[in-house]
Design a protein around this ligand. Structure first.
Ligand SMILES: [Zn+2]
Length: 307
């Protein structure tokens, strides 16, 4: 099992279909689990996907249309029911404070949640750990909406043959990583001589929005970008009326931002019978890179490091 993967819980916009649950996405990233936009039915989809409430460390809601949040009451109560003890952070647009409160208290339960609500009212970095920083940007929808990006800091990859050649071994390797240099066999060894840059990986989550600068910024250079693609180009007028993207626009975001893997989701039910292949084709021709048309319960590994 990859330790960095996207588990797709649902892919339908607005209304679920026979084949697609409301939105829901679980990003497994080393020891953390980020649940994005739990729509209706997310708790049960988690069961099918083998995701447990105890794996959730953060919940990120982009906005408060039902397909992105109606699963919160069930998921939150499940976290309490399963007696999850580790802290869980909840992010959502600050304008939705009252809406989050209503969802959290939609039914009777003893609220022992280890949940800290972190309404997003300033854009930029909203959380930082040694492993990554989480950022939020305002998108352009019909209601306050934020997109998210997770970025791992760049690091250094140690080169075993260089270490051996310069006589650095055992605990000295860790010391060299911490201190940047050390004395070995009577000469000074610099970290740069025995290691190379290891680029941090990154992930972006761009839901309901029109084309806007923030979408390109969030996607910039990412290894994986999950992007709504509600409509096909033939319905571009509907997309702009309702504040959504077409698949071609999602492809353009990935292309101009230099993303590596584009995951399309949040499909209108109008393509249920005709098939969503047209969306895939339109995104592929706009992007030119790898595109995945997400299906419920898909597991999509974050691509291996590009170096
Ligand atoms: Zn939506």
């Amino acid at each position: 099992m990859s330790n960095r993967e996207l588990v797709v819980l649902g892919t339908a916009s607005q209304a679920p279909t026979r084949a697609r649950n409301h939105n829901g996405y679980f990003l497994r990233w080393d020891g953390e689990g980020l649940l994005f936009d739990p729509g209706e039915g997310t708790q049960r989809q988690m069961l099918f996907a083998g995701v447990t409430a105890s794996q959730i460390t953060r919940i990120c809601v982009t906005h408060f249309h039902g397909d992105h949040c109606l699963g919160l009451p069930g998921v939150l109560q499940r976290i309490a029911l399963d007696r999850v003890e580790h802290p869980v952070q909840g992010y959502y647009p600050a304008e939705g404070r009252e809406m989050f409160w209503r969802l959290r208290h939609a039914a009777i339960f003893h609220d022992t949640l280890p949940l800290t609500e972190r309404p997003v009212d300033a854009y930029g970095v909203i959380a930082a750990t040694p492993g990554f920083r989480l950022e939020a940007r305002a998108l352009s929808h019909r209601v306050p909406t934020v997109g998210y990006r997770l970025t791992e800091p760049d690091g250094r990859r140690m080169l075993p043959d260089r270490l051996a050649a310069l006589g650095v071994a055992g605990p000295d390797i860790g010391r060299l990583q911490r201190e940047g240099q050390l004395e070995a066999d009577g000469h000074r060894v610099l970290l740069d001589e025995v290691s190379e840059l290891r680029r941090g990986q990154s992930f972006a989550f761009i839901m309901d929005t029109r084309l806007c600068d923030a979408a390109f910024e969030l996607a910039q250079g990412t290894d994986m970008v999950v992007c709504e693609s509600t409509f096909a180009e033939a319905d571009a007028a509907l997309a702009s009326d309702y504040g959504h993207l077409t698949a071609g626009q999602a492809g353009r975001i990935a292309a101009e931002a230099g993303a590596r893997l584009l995951v399309l989701t949040h499909f209108s039910q109008r393509y249920e019978d005709s098939g969503s292949e047209v969306l895939l084709q339109e995104a592929v021709s706009a992007f030119g890179g790898e595109v995945v048309l997400a299906g419920d319960l898909d597991r999509i590994p974050v691509p291996r490091r590009a170096r």
